[in-house]
Ligand binder design. Structure first.
Ligand code: AVI
Length: 333
């Protein structure tokens, strides 16, 4: 039996393979530095939101997901629970399930239980988060084959070398697609359309347009957890790149921009000052901001159009009674 065959057999019987750990981490560190220096040199300073999720940021994000004001996590979970049988009928059982995210969530466990995938492939930018989540999954689902892939999904990713004939399904929960610009979301959906092939499908969680006050509260919680999550990006630059940001000199600022259909998060300088990252210096005017995140909100037809432009037809859209969140069942068209 060749190596490929042996690996496939062991994955079919349950097992765990980790792809892309060490080299990816080195490259990720270099990219972090490059992206931070480039982002802070722009006229509108900006930092990519994917860098929120170091260990401290991931813990803060978990806390956000439990906040009273932050409805998306709860709402998506309720939709998934309420329509689980229908979702399983839509994807079919025994598929090869590729998830963009660490696979840590309750939703993933529900899906794995209901869909019984032949192989489960979580893709995440954080190797430690992925490893920990995959270990827990192996314990809870000993017969499940798992291929955990460390990768940055803003870069093209080929379907991992699993050559089974099972239907390929991509799962992208949490409305993370909202953190991409429309162009990036289009490119991402096109990539996944290529990954799933002509018989494939995709399940994607999308935060829908709603009252701006509800959105505002979700990104400006009373406890200040979202503010801490936002500021942790500067703390991470200090820790990993030797920056000297003083966090108290920046304020969290988040608002809904109705024309662009998105929440914007910024860090605003409370006074004029200069910061250093190694040999690089960046000056801030009082009130100048670093744009740290967009979180796009879609209407159902807007998302359907976006999916269609990338080669997916919307076969299903499950929503909650208030119409705040949608889980879209897409099929290759
Ligand atoms: C991960 N992502 C979908 C979250 C969102 O709502 O855009 C990240 C987040 N930012 C602030 N709160 C939560």
């Amino acid at each position: 039996m060749g190596r490929d065959q042996r690996e496939r057999r062991s994955l079919e019987l349950g097992g765990f393979r980790f792809v892309g750990g060490a080299q990816f981490s080195e490259l990720a560190a270099l990219n972090f530095r490059k992206d931070v220096l480039a982002g802070l040199a722009r006229p509108q300073k900006s930092l990519p939101p994917k860098y929120f999720y170091d260990a401290a940021g991931s813990r803060l994000f978990e806390k956000i997901c439990r906040l009273r004001e932050y409805y998306p996590t709860r709402t998506e979970l309720a939709i998934t629970k309420g329509h689980l049988a229908d979702i399983a009928r839509f994807t079919g059982k025994g598929s090869a399930l590729l998830e963009y995210g660490s696979g840590e969530s309750l939703k993933t466990r529900l899906l794995i239980r209901a869909l019984r995938p032949s192989v489960y492939m979580p893709v995440d930018i954080s190797a430690p988060a992925l490893r920990a989540a995959a270990r827990r999954l192996v314990r809870d689902f000993p017969r499940l084959g798992i291929v955990a892939i460390t990768a940055d999904f803003s870069q093209p990713l080929a379907m991992p070398p699993y050559r089974g004939s099972a239907r390929r399904v991509v799962y992208f929960p949490g409305s993370t697609i909202g953190n991409l610009t429309h162009e990036e979301a289009h490119a991402f959906l096109k990539m996944t359309r290529g990954q799933v092939g002509p018989r494939g499908a995709m399940l994607v969680g999308v935060d829908l347009k709603k009252d701006a006050n509800v959105l505002h509260a979700a990104y400006n919680d009373a406890e200040g957890v979202t503010a801490a999550f936002n500021l942790n990006l500067l703390a991470r630059i200090n820790r990993e790149l030797g920056g000297d940001f003083e966090l108290r000199r920046f304020a969290h600022y988040a608002f809904y921009n109705p024309l662009a259909g998105r929440i914007e998060m910024h860090l605003v300088a409370r006074d004029a000052h200069v910061i250093n990252i190694g040999n690089y210096r960046f000056s801030f005017e009082r009130g100048e901001s670093i744009h740290t995140e967009n979180s796009y909100k879609y209407s159902v037809p807007e998302f359907q159009r976006l999916a269609l432009s990338a080669g997916f037809e919307t076969a299903k859209c499950w929503t909650d009674p208030r119409g705040w969140f949608g889980v879209f069942g897409l099929v290759a068209n």
